[in-house]
Design a protein around this ligand. Structure first.
Ligand code: ATR
Length: 292
């Protein structure tokens, strides 16, 4: 990497950010795609978020990713926001424009591409979503965008699931999403093919690696595939449970990869070839094993 006076700057805003793999993803892509750019992290305190965005814009930082806990809060600081990010209620990618930053959400499309690359055609699947927080919003939006089949949301706090379902049903003008409390999963109709479940809660995240959001084996028997948005640990307890009843399971590493690829493609206005995406994924795996 040759940093000079023309190097374009990118970064990640959040708190904490020091263990993020995003710098590796974007600097690796910059190298492979021969782009004169650099990407690093900016740990920002809550009271400084407005100044950070204004300052980044004044410095003509060309693009930013936004992560926890600012994906929603940052929205009021942007000049334009894409429609899908507005309904999801979260932005993870900012693109420099003269008048201010433009906000996008590449998380939901990242999840779509991840599942596609794992051979899951969402347009042909009945879906169960575990959780009703920020990650669930992106997952529900993605499923509704690409599939007309029923979607069941299971959440500990049923009222939160109901709110999410009613917002999304209204937006898409359908009655596709139904909600249950976690312990009401038996009300989900059994289907021969089985469901794809997307695990969007933080339950099972390192260091609580033996936790799982739903214990009963009967629940896992409803599924043919389990997709966890968590990637640390690499194999979550949720994934173990899915596999114990012969389902297929995947972690969230590819979602992380593709949200990054999509952000990168937006910023640099280019297409990243599949072989290079695969190389990034390999590098991410190495990096995470090194840290583990
Ligand atoms: P994120 O933006 O990462 O999705 P969030 O908005 O705080 O985070 O949402 C966290 C999700 O994990 C919620 O669905 C939450 O359930 P509640 O709505 O009942 O709070 C779920 N969650 C977190 N801890 C949980 C636990 N111990 N058991 C069950 N669900 C849990």
């Amino acid at each position: 990497m040759n940093i000079d006076g023309k190097t374009q700057k990118y970064g990640l805003i959040g708190n904490p950010v020091e263990h993020s793999v995003s710098p590796m993803i974007h600097n690796f892509l910059a190298d492979k795609m021969k782009q004169n750019m650099v990407y690093s992290t900016f740990q920002v305190n809550s009271e400084d978020l407005g100044n950070a965005i204004d300052g980044a814009h004044a410095l003509k930082i060309q693009g930013l990713n936004v992560t926890v806990p600012y994906k929603t809060e940052v929205m009021k600081l942007l000049s334009t926001i894409e429609e899908d990010a507005k309904i999801i209620g979260a932005v993870n990618t900012l693109v420099y424009q003269n008048e201010g930053y433009h906000g996008r959400n590449t998380d939901y499309e990242g999840l779509y591409l991840a599942m596609k690359s794992d051979g899951i055609d969402i347009s042909n699947e009945h879906i169960i979503i575990l959780g009703a927080g920020g990650a669930a919003r992106a997952a529900v939006y993605m499923c509704m965008k690409y599939s007309d089949y029923p979607i069941y949301i299971l959440n500990r706090t049923k009222s939160k699931a109901e709110k999410l379902a009613s917002e999304m049903n209204q937006f898409f003008n359908r009655t596709q999403v139904t909600t249950f409390a976690m312990n009401e999963y038996k009300e989900i109709p059994e289907i021969q093919k089985g469901y794809v479940a997307i695990q969007t809660t933080s339950v099972g995240l390192y260091p609580n690696i033996y936790d799982v959001v739903i214990e009963e084996e009967d629940f896992y028997k409803l599924l043919h595939t389990g997709y966890d948005v968590i990637y640390n640990p690499v194999k979550t307890e949720f994934m173990n449970r899915v596999e114990s009843v012969n389902g297929k399971s995947y972690n969230g590493l590819k979602m992380l990869l593709y949200q990054g690829i999509l952000a990168y493609e937006t910023w640099r206005n280019l297409d990243v070839p599949g072989e290079i995406s695969n190389e990034v994924l390999k590098k991410m795996k190495e990096e995470l094993h090194e840290k583990a």
